[in-house]
Design a protein around this ligand. Structure first.
Ligand SMILES: *[C@@H]1O[C@H](CO)[C@@H](O)[C@H](O)[C@H]1NC(C)=O
Ligand SMILES: *[C@@H]1O[C@H](CO)[C@@H](O)[C@H](O)[C@H]1NC(C)=O
Ligand SMILES: *[C@@H]1O[C@H](CO)[C@@H](O)[C@H](O)[C@H]1NC(C)=O
Ligand SMILES: *[C@@H]1O[C@H](CO)[C@@H](O)[C@H](O)[C@H]1NC(C)=O
Ligand SMILES: *[C@@H]1O[C@H](CO)[C@@H](O)[C@H](O)[C@H]1NC(C)=O
Ligand SMILES: *[C@@H]1O[C@H](CO)[C@@H](O)[C@H](O)[C@H]1NC(C)=O
Ligand SMILES: *[C@@H]1O[C@H](CO)[C@@H](O)[C@H](O)[C@H]1NC(C)=O
Ligand SMILES: *[C@@H]1O[C@H](CO)[C@@H](O)[C@H](O)[C@H]1NC(C)=O
Ligand SMILES: *[C@@H]1O[C@H](CO)[C@@H](O)[C@H](O)[C@H]1NC(C)=O
Ligand SMILES: *[C@@H]1O[C@H](CO)[C@@H](O)[C@H](O)[C@H]1NC(C)=O
Ligand SMILES: *[C@@H]1O[C@H](CO)[C@@H](O)[C@H](O)[C@H]1NC(C)=O
Ligand SMILES: *[C@@H]1O[C@H](CO)[C@@H](O)[C@H](O)[C@H]1NC(C)=O
Length: 818
């Protein structure tokens, strides 16, 4: 800098002045930078922060004299003035002072402090840095309003304030920034209407206001944005409806001819989208999901040659649909609308289609043959429609499909053998008849197969042995399969869920299940399996849910030679079998998962990253209830309807996190163990129809979550605990005992009635409670995701975010509650 020019004697004085001026300015600028550094707190040396270059290995120090080479600093080649300060991903951990020494760097053109843990407000004095071209304070914790003075920065081209906690309205002064190319205010808490002046920014190429709380109309002046290629207004409350003009959106859109991405999803748009979109010749991505758009999808849309992604899910669009030659279209999401009629044959024109979601509509008829031309299709969701007929053979090429909740009746045999690492076929809840599709055995890489809730019959083929090595989940629930469950699981080391419940299976349990060391969920309920208790399953550490109820299983479940414990089990249902014998007093001593509050996240992780979770039916509070995918909050033991004798094991009291205990309908004798009072989270306790004697332990009155209990049909006597939980019960919960008293408030003046009749009319309120309980479980922490079937479509980052922020169903139908 100081050796700029060769020296000629006669300009000595002038040159001296120049040099001293430059020197002085140089020192001032360096000092300003050091002052700026000192405006932020020195971090605690204990707090290891590897990205804090500022205070550790920082080049920003007095011994390094040339500040222009400091990290993040750039100076002008001629004047030597600092023109750029760019710091990223470091922890400043403080706020920008309103008198920050940055203002001494009047020539700054670029100020980027991205993800620097900045707190506090944006000082309005920032508007004094009049040479700024690029201002980026994104990904910090800034609060307060956007200062109107930013509108003074008339050279500004880039303004990025996204992902902070900014509040208030967008200052209309931003409309003065006539050189602005890039404006991103997304992911803040901005409110109110957008000023019409923003429409003056006709140089804008990118405008993102997404995920704020903006409302009202989109100004008509947005029609000026003829250079705009990226417009994202998603996640606000825009309602641009104008009863006189028919809605501004359809007047604005046709003018945005440079658009390549348009995102209006998750707003309150209600208009008819009758715009002519033919002018949008560069449009690649269109997101309108999660609004209430009505009427037809403009046919002009599907003529745009550049179109790649169309997401219209969660609106009230209706048919007819007509597809043009938009050969570039890869992703089409039309879920949760009011489309009806047949799937249009013209869908085959979208030859590049890779993902198609038409779920939750009212499409009828068969899958059109023309769809076989969609050779790139790898992900198809047609669930929740009214489709019928045969599932055509070409569909098996689609690696990942969901056809559930339709009326398909048969499966056409695949013409090829499909090899893919990730085949997921969901055909559940249809009207499929006939035999198990044996040729599926040739698909050696089957990942997920769901044929549940159909009318399939015959045996489960033993050729499955060859296709289980990649199998993770198989659901054959609620069909009419008969014969034995074949011993095909030798190689099924990846199997996580197996559900063959509610069929007509007989014979023994396949011993090869012992090899499934990742098995978490096993449901064999409602068959005619005749075997002894499979205590060998206790070697499966991963087993969380074991449902063997309503079969013909028999014999003891415990013998002195083979003590067993299921350390990780959360739910066991062996009800309605012929198990007998006594249970030793320490029987439950090693059931550690039920003894301690589970970390919900952990137990979900145990299940693996499976998209498909299961459902189970259990008697809950006296009602047969289907629990869908809420496993992690639920711990239950159902031993009812067997022939157990002897005392109830004292060790039951160790299962402190148990929610449901049903031992009814056995032949248990002796006292009710007072250790039950230690199961403090219990919600439902059924000991009815045994031979229990003595008193109801007084401490049970302290179980504050207990909302359903049944002691009826025993030999109990003495006073019933007088707590609210007890006094809220039906009289029938105590009927038919030797001599219980203290029931006046429950049963009225008339003493214990002898009625054995059920009271079905009580069940409606019970059912309601069950629903509430399920809702609570679903809402519980990370269980939000556990409680949902994550459909066969991908959750983009944004949708995940949406779930977290709003905790409600993604209206696009991409995530659907079952
Ligand atoms: C941030 O600064 C505060 C004091 O202003 C201090 O208590 C805290 O430990 C700092 N955090 C880090 C990560 O340095
Ligand atoms: C000062 O900066 C120089 C040059 O980057 C560096 O070598 C030196 O370690 C720094 N000194 C301190 C105390 O951080
Ligand atoms: C900024 O103002 C604070 C008081 O608000 C004062 O302590 C500080 O010295 C000032 N800094 C500069 C660089 O003027
Ligand atoms: C400012 O810094 C950002 C981030 O490093 C960079 O992308 C941009 O090109 C710079 N702009 C100017 C005008 O220097
Ligand atoms: C910055 O501008 C404000 C007006 O926005 C003015 O009051 C203030 O004096 C200026 N500060 C500096 C340091 O130039
Ligand atoms: C759309 O653009 C045309 C020409 O560029 C212009 O005449 C018209 O006023 C614009 N529409 C609106 C609603 O501003
Ligand atoms: C499996 O494939 C072989 C030839 O690869 C074929 O002969 C056989 O019939 C197929 N099995 C079934 C059940 O379709
Ligand atoms: C299973 O695979 C083996 C070879 O891996 C083959 O010999 C056998 O025929 C196959 N079984 C069935 C039922 O497809
Ligand atoms: C519990 O486990 C321990 C060691 O694993 C074993 O010695 C004991 O017999 C088990 N008890 C019961 C009741 O299963
Ligand atoms: C249990 O039932 C089996 C028949 O299922 C019977 O042979 C056995 O004696 C019974 N055991 C006891 C202890 O009742
Ligand atoms: C549960 O586990 C996760 C991850 O292992 C952890 O982040 C979380 O803090 C734990 N929660 C509780 C309540 O222990
Ligand atoms: C209940 O638990 C406590 C401590 O956890 C224990 O001291 C007590 O013996 C238990 N009560 C019964 C009846 O098992």
């Amino acid at each position: 800098m100081m050796i700029l020019v060769s020296f000629s004697g006669f300009v000595t004085i002038f040159f001296f002045l120049l040099v001293s001026h430059t020197l002085a300015s140089h020192t001032l600028q360096r000092d300003a930078l050091l002052e700026f550094k000192n405006e932020f707190p020195t971090p605690d040396p204990q707090a290891a922060d590897p990205i804090d270059f500022f205070h550790r290995s920082s080049s920003w120090n007095t011994s390094s004299s040339d500040h222009c080479s400091w990290e993040g600093v750039k100076c002008d080649g001629k004047s030597g003035e600092v023109i750029s300060l760019v710091l990223k991903y470091i922890s400043l951990n403080g706020s920008l002072k309103s008198n920050t020494s940055l203002f001494k760097l009047q020539h700054l053109r670029n100020l980027s402090l991205t993800s620097c843990h900045l707190t506090g407000k944006i000082p309005s004095s920032l508007g004094n840095l009049s040479h700024l071209i690029h201002l980026d304070l994104s990904l910090n914790h800034l609060i307060g309003e956007i200062p109107a003075s930013i509108g003074n920065l008339n050279h500004l081209s880039y303004l990025k304030l996204e992902s902070n906690d900014l509040t208030g309205k967008i200052p209309s002064s931003l409309g003065n920034l006539s050189n602005l190319i890039h404006l991103d205010l997304s992911y803040n808490h901005l409110v109110g209407e957008v000023a019409a002046s923003i429409g003056n920014l006709n140089q804008l190429a990118l405008l993102s206001l997404s995920f704020n709380n903006l409302s009202g109309n989109i100004p008509l002046s947005f029609a000026n944005f003829n250079k705009l290629s990226y417009l994202d207004l998603s996640g606000n409350q825009f309602t641009p409806e104008n009863p006189f003009t028919g809605g501004d959106v359809h007047r604005i859109l046709p003018n945005l001819t440079s658009l390549s991405r348009l995102d209006l999803s998750y707003n309150n748009f209600k208009s008819n989208l009758s715009a002519d979109l033919t002018g949008l010749q560069n449009l690649e991505e269109l997101f309108l999901g999660g609004n209430s758009f009505v009427g037809n999808v403009p046919t002009s849309l599907f003529t745009i040659p550049s179109l790649e992604t169309v997401e219209l899910g969660g609106n009230q669009f209706e048919g007819p649909l007509e597809f043009g030659e938009t050969s570039s279209c890869k992703y089409l999401y039309l879920a949760s609308n009011n489309f009806n009629g047949p799937i249009p044959e013209s869908i085959s024109r979208l030859v590049s289609l890779s993902r198609l979601d038409l779920s939750y509509n009212s499409f009828i008829g068969t899958i059109p043959d023309s769809m076989s031309k969609l050779v790139s299709l790898s992900d198809l969701d047609l669930s929740y429609n009214k489709l019928e007929g045969q599932v055509p053979s070409f569909l098996w090429r689609v690696f990942w499909f969901t056809l559930s909740h339709n009326s398909f009746t048969s499966l056409e045999k695949s013409l090829d053998v499909i090899f893919s690492e990730n085949l997921r076929y969901d055909l559940s809840s249809n009207s499929l008849q006939g035999l198990f599709p044996q040729w599926l055995c040739n698909f050696t890489s089957l990942h997920v197969l769901d044929l549940s809730n159909n009318r399939l019959s015959g045996s489960i083929p033993s050729c499955l042995k060859n296709s289980t090595s990649f199998l993770k989940e198989m659901y054959l629930r609620n069909n009419s399969f008969s014969g034995v469950l074949p011993d095909v699981f030798t190689d099924a080391t990846g199997l996580q869920s197996l559900d063959v419940s509610h069929n007509h299976l007989v014979g023994k349990l396949p011993i090869s299940l012992m090899n499934c060391n990742r098995l978490g969920f096993l449901n064999l309920k409602g068959n005619k399996i005749k075997d002894t208790f499979p205590s060998w399953l206790q070697s499966l550490d991963s087993l969380l849910v074991l449902l063997l109820g309503s079969n013909a299983l028999y014999g003891p479940i415990s013998s002195s030679s083979s003590y067993f414990g299921f350390p990780n089990l959360l739910v066991i249902d062996i009800s309605h079998n012929c198990f007998n014998g006594t249970l030793p007093h320490d029987y439950f001593a090693n059931w550690t998962k039920m003894s301690s509050a589970t970390n919900e996240t952990n137990s979900f992780e145990l299940m693996g990253p499976s998209y498909y979770l299961f459902s189970m039916d259990m008697t809950y509070k006296g009602v047969e209830t289907e629990f869908s995918r809420i496993l992690t909050a639920y711990k239950a033991i159902d031993f009812s309807g067997n022939k157990f004798q002897g005392r109830i094991p004292k060790s039951i009291g160790m299962l402190k996190d148990l929610r449901l205990l049903n031992l009814s309908g056995n032949a248990f004798t002796g006292d009710i163990p007072s250790s039950l009072a230690n199961i403090t989270n219990i919600e439902a306790l059924d000991l009815s129809r045994n031979k229990l004697s003595g008193q109801i332990p007084h401490d049970l009155g302290n179980l504050s979550f207990l909302s359903y209990l049944d002691f009826s049909h025993n030999l109990l006597q003495g006073q019933v605990p007088q707590s609210t939980q007890f006094q809220r019960q039906n009289c029938s919960s105590f009927e038919n005992n030797l001599g219980l008293y203290g029931l006046e408030d429950i049963c009225g003046e008339i003493h214990v009635p002898d009625a054995t009749s059920q009271q079905p009319e009580e069940f409606s309120s019970e059912q309601e409670e069950v629903l509430n309980w399920i809702a609570a479980a679903i809402a519980y922490g990370p269980g939000v995701f556990c409680g949902l079937v994550i459909g066969h479509i991908f959750i983009s980052h944004k949708h995940e975010w949406f779930m977290k922020k709003f905790g409600r169903k993604n209206p696009s139908g991409m995530i659907s509650v079952r």
